[in-house]
Write a protein that binds this ligand. Structure first.
Ligand SMILES: Cc1cc2nc3c(=O)[nH]c(=O)nc-3n(C[C@H](O)[C@H](O)[C@H](O)COP(=O)(O)O)c2cc1C
Length: 338
């Protein structure tokens, strides 16, 4: 850990610091990314996974694509199962000004596996090789991949797979420290990520179960990774990026003095600014259970927001909740969330 660098360069893209927001469907969108930019500490953002095949037909104002210039660097994550759709998908990503392209090789969701993508694709090494080779040949942007530890715990297989990705031109790997079918209740195996870091020369981000600065420090120590990727922990506590940047990577950042309620309202305003009215409430509903973990009785906020029919109704519920509830100490939930 002593050799941690607070700046990584991936091709010409500077990650400062190497602390990333993970790709998450319904969560890693423009409003969330902007919220985190404003609070500081993240050096890399990913979009949620986008179907490579559908990208050429996506409306530029679609909530999956919409982005502001402050969300940077932004790597677009694609899920894909054939080489044929690579040229058209890359043309769109180049036009959108993507700073990098990430390939999803870890998602175990049945709807992604059924389409031959995510963790299903990762189990067909020849096909992965073809797709990565095609992507590499057709873009000079940073090409990254997000993987899990594999279908089962097999050190040699994990190392061969990671090396193959490096040899085919992948510039950075994010490793979710669980095997394909494992649920979040299973503890992440950060130690296993060290088999990747010791075997490849490209930078590695360790991911999975990081909910505090202590978790991040331990994940980095055990994995030997160059940086961290935060998913649920980052959206639950968006200030965690700045804390990790400061306390682990030594970035001279102020930690904004902002309450949880203020964070919720900033997020609310960003949803209103970035998305069409019919898109806002769904995203607020998806975010609120994560945010609510900061409160002892947060489940009541999440349940009521879930039942709201309009975003204004959800806002009134949240106002009333904040008037009666104080957040708990963030150290409390690191262990239970993981
Ligand atoms: C709601 C949700 C959506 C997700 N969507 C994606 C996705 O689009 N692409 C992906 O590679 N992983 C996805 N993931 C997995 C996360 O990127 C991450 O690997 C996982 O949540 C573990 O990290 P964490 O413990 O920090 O949350 C998703 C996870 C969640 C909770």
């Amino acid at each position: 850990m002593s050799s941690l660098k607070n700046v990584l360069t991936v091709r010409d893209v500077v990650l400062s610091p190497p602390v990333a927001l993970a790709p998450m469907v319904g969560l890693s969108h423009s409003a969330m990314r902007s919220l985190i930019v404003r609070l500081g500490g993240a050096g890399l953002f990913f979009t949620e996974m986008l179907a490579a095949k559908h990208l050429p037909h996506e409306n530029p104002l679609s909530p999956y694509i919409v982005r502001s210039s402050e969300e940077s660097p932004l790597f677009y994550q694609i899920f894909i199962n054939e080489t044929e759709c690579v040229p058209a998908a890359l043309e769109v990503l180049h036009k959108l000004g993507a700073d990098g392209v990430d390939i999803n090789l870890g998602c175990p969701a049945p709807q992604v596996r059924r389409r031959g993508a995510g963790s299903f694709l990762a189990e067909d090494r020849n096909r992965v090789c073809d797709i990565v080779r095609e992507l590499r040949a057709k873009t000079s942007l940073p090409l990254t991949a997000k993987i899990r530890l594999g279908r089962k715990l097999d050190r040699e297989n994990l190392q061969d797979f990671s090396k193959m990705l490096e040899d085919e031109g992948v510039d950075l790997l994010s490793v979710h420290a669980r095997i394909h079918g494992e649920k979040f209740c299973r503890r992440p195996r950060w130690q296993w990520v060290s088999y990747v870091t010791e075997h490849v020369r490209i930078p590695v981000l360790v991911n999975g179960g990081i909910f505090s600065v202590t978790d991040a420090r331990k994940a980095l120590e055990l994995s030997g990774a160059d940086g961290v990727m935060l998913g649920r922990g980052g959206v639950t506590q968006p200030l965690l990026f700045a804390r990790i940047a400061r306390e682990i990577f030594g970035c001279p950042l102020p930690i904004p003095s902002v309450s949880h309620a203020e964070i919720y309202w900033q997020f609310y305003d960003l949803l209103v600014a970035r998305f069409a009215p019919e898109r806002r409430l769904g995203r607020l509903k998806q975010y609120t259970p994560y945010f609510a973990a900061n409160y002892a009785f947060g489940h009541s906020l999440a349940t009521k927001v879930q039942k709201s029919k309009t975003i204004e109704e959800a806002r009134d519920i949240a106002e009333e909740f904040f008037a009666r509830n104080v957040p708990r100490d963030c150290a409390d939930f690191s262990e239970e969330q993981r």
